[in-house]
Design a protein around this ligand. Structure first.
Ligand code: ADP
Ligand code: ZN
Ligand code: ZN
Length: 664
């Protein structure tokens, strides 16, 4: 009975502090388990993480309460996890309990461990002979797995077009690590790619493979989690949060499609898996291996400076070759398909092959405008236009879900000239079906694939040739591998290019290159048609040419001139409230505090309205804190938030985002 023991507990709250309790009555408390504990006033109890044990009661604390009940049968995290959680809390300015909540699956009980197919004795051999480039890359990586660096993480980047054999190198390197008795974490972007990669990894590594993905129930996830904790060398495949997988003896973390936006968490803690991976690799003596055809600006700069070793894969190994890319002007075109694109869709179908049409905008038409009086239809709760979803007969807000009936004439002046403009995936679908009544057409976007498993079904149908034209949003752009694709059409390359966000060009560029990469993976006759309203835009021109280094030369110069990442570090503070004046007051108070604390060489943009000033009835204001180094910015932000807390307005909510990926 450990009645003489006290425990420090972290709760899932923004506070950067721990709470001390006496052991529970059964004496089950230990570091690494979660427990229900009385918290706050009255009989309220909260689930907390036991992060430390004390042999003496903390001084000056009286009437220390007991833990009510320990919920885990055994530890679900350990000291190493606590230290990682502390790092996250410090770097991303959140509570330790918030960090632990993001790290550990929330299931209460691990269900039976699912049996996995695949070969359980050793690993199945890969039949391919590596190319010289693949061999050189594998050798460079393997040498570091054998002797990891002492201080900073060794970082590699497999830079190569889709189909250049990156996955094969990741898998071989993983095999080397496992053979050396070390574990591997293999990160992939959300959803679609998880399944594809997990399947390959399971086939290759059998029982040494574990999968985590967002489609799993919390207890399924906890079961895989517990398997990873067993201590033998494992390869864990999963999205962002798999970076926290509790494997023993970490040897390598792989980040496939490193540029992907889903690696940054959209809720607290707003961590980036790349940053967390770097921290884990250096703390645990592992190496970091990333890969993409379109690296992030951060990674590109680090490669240029030598902080990341770049390994080039230049050849397409799957039999295909780089597709011919053609830019076509959409200016003056009726509808959303140019003659050039229609001609290629027809030619592709006649050849018995498949087409992908891409537009990162769902719905039928995305704004309503009146040319007579200038009226435009805006959401009541958000400062964005409503998108007309013809199939549902509603004009819908993509930020909050508000909807109304589409007006037949201008609600302001009655003009019949008013109407919806700007096309979305629904309109493309209609036009393709009208132009090609004999082709099998399928749309894949958040609306058409809302039902669970339906995206997988669509992708499978496409892979097996049951669909001629697949059209959709970035769901069809991400890392997917379809042998039969001959044609890729980017319906409007300009979409998203001129958003008021410093990463807009980078994002648009990488999307175009990525989606173009879906063409001609296995045949030499791939075609890409890029439709645009701005034939002279340098970003689009470079995306069409697949000129990544040319793009970054332009883009990095621009970022340096403007003082944006990767040449500066940024922390974004936002205040939101239902009441505009409260949001203003909160952001101004923060600004006053920050101005006093601002370190040398740092500056502050704002306070100002966010580019999207109203979301779901909340008025949003922001401050961008910017400086050469993160350390001093952290100090200023933390101190300002601490003072702010003391007299805060409970009806205004303040949030902090370190290394934000979007400033909208
Ligand atoms: P990436 O990850 O760069 O897109 P993959 O590793 O998926 O590329 O490889 C693309 C295709 O090329 C796959 O079908 C793979 O089986 C094949 N491939 C990979 N390496 C080789 C090789 N050395 N020889 C022949 N085919 C290969
Ligand atoms: Zn009008
Ligand atoms: Zn809205």
């Amino acid at each position: 009975m450990s009645s003489g023991a006290w425990f420090d507990v972290a709760f899932d709250i923004p506070a950067d502090r721990l709470f001390t309790y006496r052991a529970d009555e059964k004496g089950e408390a230990e570091v690494g388990r979660r427990a229900l504990a009385p918290f706050g006033r009255g009989a309220r109890e909260e689930l907390g993480f036991i992060v430390a044990r004390r042999d003496a009661a903390p001084e000056g604390l009286e009437n220390i309460k007991r833990l009510r009940r320990v919920v885990d049968k055994c530890a679900v995290f350990d000291e190493r996890d606590v230290s990682l959680a502390k790092w996250i809390a410090a770097y991303y300015i959140c509570g330790i309990g918030q960090a632990l909540s993001a790290m550990i699956p929330s299931g209460r009980r691990a269900s039976a461990i699912p049996s996995l197919g695949g070969d359980l004795e050793g690993f199945s051999a890969a039949p391919l002979a590596l190319s010289d480039e693949q061999r050189a890359a594998l050798d460079a990586i393997s040498a570091r797995i054998a002797s990891p660096p002492a201080a900073a993480a060794a970082m590699f980047y497999l830079y190569g077009i889709t189909g250049s054999g990156k996955t094969e190198v990741f898998l071989r390197a993983a095999k080397r690590a496992l053979e050396a008795g070390k574990s591997v974490i293999y990160l992939v972007p959300e959803i679609s790619l998880t399944h594809q990669t997990a399947k390959v990894v399971r086939e290759r590594f059998g029982a040494a493979a574990a999968t985590l993905h967002s489609g799993m129930t919390p207890s399924e996830r906890l079961a895989e989690w517990s398997r990873a904790r067993e201590g033998r060398p494992m390869i864990v495949v999963g999205p962002r949060s798999a970076v926290f997988a509790p494997v023993a003896r970490l040897g390598m973390i792989v980040i496939d499609e490193e540029h992907d936006g889903s690696y940054k968490s959209g809720s607290v803690p707003r961590y980036h898996a790349r940053q967390a991976a770097m921290r884990r690799c250096s703390a645990e003596g592992a190496i970091l291996v990333m890969g993409s055809a379109t690296p992030s600006a951060e990674a590109w700069k680090l490669m240029a400076e030598g902080g990341i070793t770049r390994l080039d894969l230049t050849a397409r190994l799957s039999g295909g070759s780089a597709p011919a890319v053609k830019a076509v002007s959409l200016a003056g075109v009726e509808g959303c398909l140019t003659e050039a694109l229609k001609k290629e869709i027809r030619a592709t179908a006649l050849a018995g092959r498949q087409s992908i049409l891409f537009l990162n905008r769902r719905g039928f038409a995305h704004f309503f405008h009146c040319p007579s009086c200038g009226y435009s239809q805006i959401c009541r709760r958000c400062s964005v236009s409503l998108t007309w979803h013809k199939s549902r007969g509603r004009a819908i807000c993509h930020y909050c879900g508000y909807s109304e009936a589409p007006p037949a004439h201008c609600p302001s002046c009655g003009s019949l000239e008013a109407g919806y403009k700007g096309f979305g995936t629904e309109m493309i679908e209609e036009e393709v079906r009208r132009s090609f009544p004999d082709l099998r057409v399928r749309r894949a976007d958040a609306d058409s694939t809302a039902a669970r498993g339906s995206l997988e079904e669509t992708l499978e149908a496409f892979r097996s040739g049951l669909i001629d034209v697949l059209l959709g949003t970035q769901m069809v752009a991400k890392g997917l591998n379809f042998p039969g694709v001959r044609l890729v059409g980017v319906v409007l390359a300009d979409a998203g290019l001129h958003l008021p966000d410093f990463r807009a060009a980078e994002r648009a560029f990488s999307l175009i290159v990525q989606v173009a990469g879906r063409a001609g993976r296995y045949f030499p006759d791939g075609k890409v048609i890029v439709q645009t309203l701005r034939m002279d835009d340098p970003t689009i021109a470079r995306a069409c040419a697949g000129d990544v280094s040319g793009f970054f030369e332009q883009e990095l110069r621009h970022r340096r001139d403007l003082g944006f990442p990767p040449y500066a570090r940024v922390i974004r503070l936002t205040a939101r409230s239902r009441d505009a004046s409260r949001a203003d007051a909160a952001i101004h108070r923060l600004a006053v505090l920050l101005r006093r604390l601002l370190p040398a060489g740092a500056d502050m943009l704002g306070p100002a309205e966010c580019p999207i000033a109203l979301v779901n009835g909340n008025h949003r204001r922001q401050i961008i804190l910017r400086g050469k180094r993160m350390g001093p910015l952290h100090g200023a932000a933390r101190a300002a938030l601490e003072s702010y807390e003391k007299g805060k307005d409970a009806r205004a909510h303040v949030e902090v985002d370190v290394d934000p990926v979007s400033l909208l």
